[in-house]
Design a protein around this ligand. Structure first.
Ligand code: FPP
Ligand code: MG
Ligand code: MG
Length: 332
């Protein structure tokens, strides 16, 4: 489907609230210990895409919060908490994956060592938890605590997958939801709760499902870019997933077309020519195209939930729709 005719840049639209938010995160993590301070600053100065805060600020407005309302103040805090959780998970993830580079720079554990990286991630989570408690809403605490549980669960599914799991699309889909979808989904639902909606009412569910489908689309595109984008574009090595033994959507689709692919997936591309052979199967299959189509389905499902949000500002809703198209079109 064609993108909406009037182009709204979601990141520009959220910018006035995003800028103070970054400074605020730096203050919020500012603590006595100089090393943790340095780590936090290193990471938050890098400025990622700030995808999650952008979504949350826009969803909050689409839920009806005026930018000068008390509800929006709390939703901005929620956006900071989500970004802190995301950052903590990446710092830990780079230790687990032994990744040297992220966002075109050396990773925290590369610069400061594993001990500091583990502690810095823990510290960010602890600080996020304090801020979460201060919001004073037990439903929001429950939702965001569930995110932490989900992320660890997803990471564990990946770390301890059996050969049959590796071939299973269900396993892959659930793992993706837990690792990536849950944070976006349940923080959008939390934003709805902070706007006064019931978590499981129509608005809570619309916000949650917008986040969930957008998150799933995002991860699917991430997985196919690993096959199609170069190292320079990504700021990290391409084909990294298969090199680390992981079969993502393009590889799983390819296995349906080329049964020989299944064996390679099950042994996690561990033999010498496996990577090359697997890449070849993916290229000859329509795995990448099918993955893209699946991402498009999820992006459309996300968009269908935007209409259910009650905010009167059509520009904000257009931005949320645009975000879904941007996710599909991103190159790195
Ligand atoms: C990146 O995935 C990693 C995640 C989305 C989640 C990582 C979760 C943990 C390490 C569990 C601990 C959780 C918390 C909240 C501290 P990736 O390695 O597939 O992608 P990459 O290319 O960005 O490294
Ligand atoms: Mg990683
Ligand atoms: Mg990982």
């Amino acid at each position: 489907e064609a993108p909406p005719s009037t182009h709204v840049d979601p990141f520009k639209l959220a910018e006035p609230d995003l800028r103070p938010l970054s400074d605020s995160i730096k203050d919020l993590v500012g603590i006595d210990h100089p090393v943790l301070n340095k780590v936090a600053r290193h990471f938050f100065d890098m400025q990622g895409k700030r995808f999650r805060p952008t979504i949350l600020l826009l969803v909050s407005q689409a839920l009806g919060s005026a930018r000068d309302s008390p509800a929006f103040t709390r939703q901005k805090r929620l956006a900071e908490i989500a970004e802190m959780i995301h950052t903590a998970s990446l710092i830990h993830d780079d230790v687990i994956d032994v990744s040297d580079m992220r966002r075109g720079a050396r990773t925290v554990h590369k610069i400061f060592g594993n001990k500091v990286a583990v502690l810095a991630g823990d510290f960010l989570l602890a600080r996020a938890s304090v801020l979460l408690a201060r919001l004073g809403d037990t439903k929001v605490v429950e939702l965001m605590a569930t995110v932490l549980e989900d992320m660890v669960h997803g990471e564990m599914m990946q770390a301890r997958a059996e050969p049959d799991d590796l071939l299973s699309f269900e396993h892959y889909t659930l793992k993706n939801y837990l690792k990536t979808g849950s944070l976006i989904s349940l923080s959008c639902q939390s934003a709805a709760v902070l706007s006064g909606a019931q978590a499981d009412g129509a608005l809570g569910v619309a916000a949650r499902d917008y986040g969930r489908h957008l998150g799933v689309a995002y991860q699917l595109i991430d997985d196919l870019l690993d096959f199609t984008a170069s190292e320079e574009q990504l700021g990290k090595p391409a084909l990294a997933d298969m090199a680390s033994g992981l079969a993502t959507a393009p590889a799983l689709f390819a296995a349906r077309q080329f049964p020989e692919m299944a064996g390679l997936i099950k042994r996690q591309f561990s033999q010498e020519t496996d990577l090359e052979a697997a890449y070849d199967f993916v290229q000859r299959s329509d795995g990448v195209a099918k993955s893209r189509r699946l991402a498009e389905v999820h992006a459309q499902l996300a968009i269908s939930n935007v209409r259910a949000l009650p905010g009167r500002d059509e520009t904000v809703k257009q931005a949320l729709t645009q975000l879904c198209h941007d996710v599909l079109n991103r190159r790195a």
